[in-house]
Design a protein around this ligand. Sequence first.
Ligand code: DMJ
Length: 840
Amino acid sequence: MLNGVTDDLLTLHWRGPKGSKAPKEDAPRDGEDVKPIKAETTKPPTFLPQPAALITAALLCLLLPNGNRWDSPSADSTLPQRILFEEPGHSQEIRPPALRGCCGAPTDFRWVFLDDSKEAVAGRPFRTRLLALDAYGRQARPADCGALRVDLGLTGKARLSLSTSPQAWRLSALELDIENEHAEVIQAEVRIESPNPAADVLLQSSQIHFASGPPHNFVMQMEDPQQASDSGHSISGVGPWPQLLPLRVRVLTQDRFGNRVPFATQRSGGSGLALRSNGDKTRLEMRPANGHITFDERGEGHVTIQGMKPGPVKLWLEEVGGNSTAQQKWDVKRRSTRTIIFTNPSAPPQPSVASEMARSTMGANDEKWRAHADEVKEAVLHAWRGYRSFAWGMDEVQPLSRSGRNSFGGVGITIIDSLTTLWLMGLDEQFEEAARFVSEELDFDRADAQISVFELTIRGLGGLLGAYALSGRKVFLDKAEDLGSRLLPAFNTSSRLPLPKWNIAKGFGDPSAEPTILSEVGSLQLEFRYLAAQTGKKRFKRVADEAFQAIESAGLPGLLPVYLTPPQQHPVKAVASKFAFGALADSYYEYLLKQWLQSPSEVHFKDLWIRVMEELGNLVRPLPTPSPEFWAVSQEVPKYKLIEVSARGEVLHKMDHLSCFTPAMVVLGLKTLPKADLAVKGRNATWWRLAEGLTESCTELWTMTKSGLAPEFSFVHPKEPYSFFSQLPSDGRHSFLRPETAESLFYLYRFTGDEKYRRYGLQLFRAILEHTKVEGGFASVQDVSVVPTTKIDEMHSFVMAETFKYLYLLFSPAAMLDLERFVLNTEGHPLPRATGASNA
Ligand code: DMJ
């Protein structure tokens, strides 16, 4: 067996048209004086042809003297006819297919199993290559290869891997990556058809043996000889306590897909596993006393434990000895940790760990909403699988055509942007997959394109730093530092406002004469400041602060127009443009508050934010500071709308869905600003009403349409009660499944506990499921007022990064994400908050 392939079963034969002529003796063509790599193919081909030989062949092709390098021979030129293939049972002489090649038409194919991987492993793509050779054993002409139809037949659960296209010939080689989640032997068969109607078909068939992957799951099962019940967490014994109740702990190791896998053989250096606990001998005894587990050949081991008194004990497996990294060892512990509660059956029943958790972390209604949180998790899994199957490594999946697109230079932004969601949802397997991509495949040198500095910061840096903050894994910080360093020169402008786009692979950006977008330069600071704090490299903070100071240097505290002068222009000035809280401005305002939460000693951020809040009323209808008489007659909170004001002061009655982050921001301020700040001018009451009223309108943006999805923006009637127009604007009736309303529902629920926000969230989620779900993920929609919806072939990375994350958090207990500890960047990635800014 070689490379996971049983070579003795490999056969190669032409199935030629009946009665086809015997191939003639081969002879080099005019001007060709080359040696074939391998001329004969009457036997099964040799596996693993040396790459060097292929390169030599390619060079020889290029050096051909008679100019037929990539020229086609004339249509009627005689093709070399020399190959004799065998069919099982009888020999048959067959004419090679009438194709042309660099050095000859493809007449001979080798299917080889080339890869760094030493064997086919369940869960990893196994690389194979199909090589097209001409009659002399040299590389054939790629253009002609393109005309070939290649089919791969696979048995078992094997499939062609996500990134594989059976048409994408490169230098006469086609990569066919095969993957399988099961450890099994599969039959794989390649068929090749030429476009020639008298097509010859080459069949090659082989067996591939997928071995189990490395141990990933560590299963501990209690085998109780005295009928103790194991409910998953809690174990009760029989008879009065203290009773030494010996329990056999059965330990199994499995790969990611649940295939049983012996632990010992998978790790180098002969490491072993030991059972550990947080209890001393007065609480728990083990046999053997050191907890070391001896595994049998099936990968099963045992330790006996005895609880010595009632109460919880944490158990986990620890890797001992061997060469595994600290990270791998930590993973073993993390994956295996389990709490067991030893109970005294004669005493009143003790709460299980789950119910303890429920009590400490779940509100009264959390249990009820858990099923909906699980549904959101399922939706993320669906989206992830779509992306993984059709666009892995690319920026975004195109869920209709089931392909991918690179809208951010091909850095795999969906993977980076999804990390924190996967972590929070406990989708460990998918998180590990994403983490592996970051550590093994993510290469910013390949992102040779002009990419938005803002998007790379909030999605790329934010995603990596959030993953680092949650998981503590250094690889995320290292990659963030790499990305941050590549972005630094974009800030090197005369104004200190960064260029809008930068090529992180080559290190240049087109000097932009376009006005600077406020939100793009005003929401980079959380990420760069956190990066500086974690790496100790002050330059990251410096560039972000200088950009922020450049905005301030325009001399307009409070509301700012959406455009500033271009980055190369100094001094910075505001450009006459509209004032808005939606597109082009949004996250600048959000980051004023959040920078203060990140660094509470820098009160000028808070002061600036309060100033904005003081002016925000100008962009709200009805005005949010009604007279006391108004409140005297109405306790009802108006459905506030955010409108825009042009440079000349005209009101534009239009509300962007993007502006729906505002209620979230306002309640976050209400929960964190010092009480003294909120007591001034009735801010507390006004802002609460504003947040609640705006949330109602944002929800209405969704529920008012036929599909239940929100349009990109809507016009607002210019008179009381300032309702939305029922007719949607022709250029605003699409939906990208944006997250802002879900974001606000999450914050409003978190800070008020009012269950209506969860109900609203469920309505949003149902509309997304019903009208956007397709096989490849969740598609954007062309017109939210038409059902069935016409879908757009795109799924933005923020759908997983934010929309589903906020819905999941909305339906989950508060402990899922502690907002006292974390502040979410504008893409929904949690970054640590400094302590100190909270009025709770
Ligand atoms: C996200 O990338 C971020 O939330 C950003 O701040 C605004 N736009 C999108 C989502 O709509």
